[in-house]
Design a binder for this molecule. Structure first.
Ligand code: HGA
Length: 607
């Protein structure tokens, strides 16, 4: 996940670009660079490491100009070296920054090399610079050259381009990666995320897929994916919804529950096309490593452990990949047998979870490769793992994890596709799953909108001391996560069971004081689950069922909340939402400290 910033103004832009990079550093942190047109030449400065290295270098050799682009990189093609850092140039004329993955860069590169273009980096990005240059040399102006180049690119990108011979403009485009336009007075900007530009403007245009923009000092022109001129609305950024602010919400946890449709989009952005996974999103060398993987060992704690358990169902069922899941605090202290060609997968919101980190360190030398799914760039797990996939959920402040969990699940589904591809998952099946993932934000939104109904259900919980959660298949770990949420923030004792286990013991606990919550999407196990519900009803238990449309009806002792119709594969993600809402409302009714429940901490950096 790289970050890009661009500025065209009447004043010097270097400080604006550097501040923008600082604010985007959460997106990429292996190297950074900027290019500024000083009226005569494009001056470029790049450094490996943190943005601060670039800031220090610029202090030594200041760059000045009122047109510039900048980039903070998270390498997908080529190591994090200065040569691979962006901006990339074609000759002295043209500079480009790119966030994303160009899937067809190899044939394009071969073509350009055959025509005499020299490549100074290993990146996919550099082909874009030379393609634009080639089109200009055959008579196109910058705009035509940019458009014809973009039409040749497959994959995902957000791009910013400047050219010495066209110093009155920046061109930009997005497809599959985020990009916003910041609207100033006599100056305009682009960035991967509005946060990068809040220092200079609070007015933004949110570009749509395939949009192409010409940015001048006092003019913004936008064409849509069909190259038709379009007007996009300018929106004023609501500062009260910034990350460190609860905005209209009473608690961070609720804000974070509501953010899930948006952050899941961010997890997917730049990583999928309409019908395919871009597996370079896992980082440099991921594809070659994935080729060799024969099993997956997942290690995590708490909520992340539950995400791992869901992934086991997906990996074995869809990717045919043997998978073991264990809590880190157990794994690290026992003698373990690591099979050949094991991908060691850690999952952690903070990337600093002490037990998970210790488990990684203990076996790092024995595994084929380590991959972490994590929400904090630059964290220890990210630094110490061979590969990483960031969940892009943004800061999670509520101690009880919500959006980190659902974005972890999305990341794990992407991994399932990557490994499945090598194990019989057809292109058609992949396209189907990706199609479902495109629907996911809307499905999450529909579930979040059940809030008021779930609030009513919660009234039956607040007075209770215990609750049971049931699920089957990949919904069993979701039930575990629901029980954990309820425990964490409402202090109601809750346990989760695979529904088939009920009669092997927990049924003895069931009476009218023990609410039983069940997640019951329409799937092959639904009829079995319904039989389990009858077992509860027959013992006077009170059932609360989140169910697919029209499959289970409310009746005495059985309250059904109808969920949106979801593809089976997405059910674990979508059905998580009502359980989060249920625990939230139960806790609010009980009057507990929702965001900072007693005895718990957000980032468990001690064992
Ligand atoms: N493929 C480019 C950009 C990387 C990126 O967007 N990462 O998220 C590179 O490797 O430089």
């Amino acid at each position: 996940m790289c970050g890009i910033v661009g500025a065209i103004a009447a004043r010097p832009v270097t400080a604006i670009l550097l501040e923008g990079l600082r604010r985007l550093e959460y997106r990429g942190y292996d190297s950074a660079g900027l290019a500024v047109f000083d009226g005569e030449e494009i001056q470029r400065l790049r450094r490996t490491g943190k943005v601060q290295m670039l800031v220090d270098a610029e202090l030594q050799a200041p760059l000045s100009g009122s047109l510039g682009i900048a980039h903070t990189r998270w390498a997908t093609h080529g190591k994090p070296t200065e040569n691979n850092a962006h901006p990339h140039m074609s000759g002295e004329q043209l500079a480009i920054v790119h966030n994303g993955i160009i899937e067809n860069f190899e044939p394009l590169k071969e073509e350009l090399v055959a025509e005499g273009y020299h490549f100074s980096s290993e990146t996919d990005t550099e082909v874009i610079a030379h393609l634009i240059d080639r089109a200009i040399h055959s008579g196109a102006d910058l705009q035509q050259a940019f458009l014809s180049t973009v039409s040749q690119l497959e994959g995902a990108f957000a791009l910013g381009v400047m050219h010495k011979a066209f110093p009155d403009q920046i061109l930009a485009s997005r497809k599959g990666s985020p990009l916003v336009v910041g609207v100033g007075l006599g100056e305009n900007f682009i960035a991967s995320d509005q946060m990068a530009l809040l220092q200079v403007t609070d007015r933004f245009i949110y570009l749509e897929e395939g949009d192409f923009v010409q940015l001048e000092k006092d003019k913004i022109t936008i064409w849509d994916k069909n190259q038709q001129l379009v007007e996009r609305p300018i929106k004023v950024f609501e500062h009260n919804l910034s990350v460190a602010d609860k905005g209209e919400f009473r608690h961070f946890m609720m804000k974070e529950i509501y953010e899930q449709p948006e952050v899941v989009k961010a997890t997917l952005q730049g990583r999928i096309t309409e019908d395919r996974l871009l597996e370079q999103a896992f980082g440099n060398g991921a594809s070659e490593l994935f080729d060799q993987v024969r099993q997956v060992q997942i290690i995590a704690c708490g909520t992340s452990y539950h995400a791992g358990l869901v992934a086991k169902y997906w990996l074995e069922d869809i990717a045919g990949m043997p998978c073991a899941v264990e809590v880190a605090s157990e794994f690290r202290y026992r003698k373990t047998v690591i099979a050949d060609n094991t991908l060691f997968l850690t999952i952690s919101q903070s990337g600093e979870t002490a037990d998970t980190l210790a488990a990684l360190r203990a076996v790092k030398d024995q595994v084929l490769a380590s991959l972490t799914i994590c929400n904090v760039p630059g964290s220890s797990l990210v630094r110490e793992s061979d590969l990483s996939l960031m969940t892009n959920a943004g800061p999670e402040i509520g101690v009880a994890s919500t959006k980190a969990f659902t974005t972890q699940l999305v990341a794990l589904l992407l991994l399932t596709i990557a490994l499945g591809r090598r194990n019989g998952l057809s292109e058609q099946q992949e396209a189907e799953i990706i199609g479902h993932l495109h629907q996911l934000p809307a499905l999450l939104l529909a579930s979040v909108r059940l809030d008021k109904n779930v609030e009513l259900l919660a009234q039956d919980f607040a007075e209770k001391n215990h609750a049971l959660f049931l699920g089957r298949g990949a919904l069993y770990p979701v039930a575990m996560e629901g029980a954990l949420k309820l425990k964490e923030i409402s202090y109601i004792h809750a346990e989760a069971y695979p529904a088939g286990e009920l009669k092997h013991g927990p049924l003895a606990l069931v009476d009218k004081e023990m609410p039983v919550v069940t997640v019951a999407p329409n799937n092959a196990l639904l009829d079995k689950l319904k039989a389990n519900l009858q077992e509860v009803k027959a013992r006077g238990g009170e059932l609360f069922v989140f169910a697919g449309i029209d499959r289970i009806q409310s009746e005495e002792g059985l309250k059904v909340e109808q969920m949106p119709d979801v593809p089976e594969i997405l059910a674990p993600i979508v059905y998580t939402i009502p359980l989060q809402l249920l625990s939230y409302h139960a806790a609010v009714l009980k009057g507990t400290d929702v965001d900072q429940p007693r005895n718990l901490a957000k980032s468990v950096t001690v064992e």
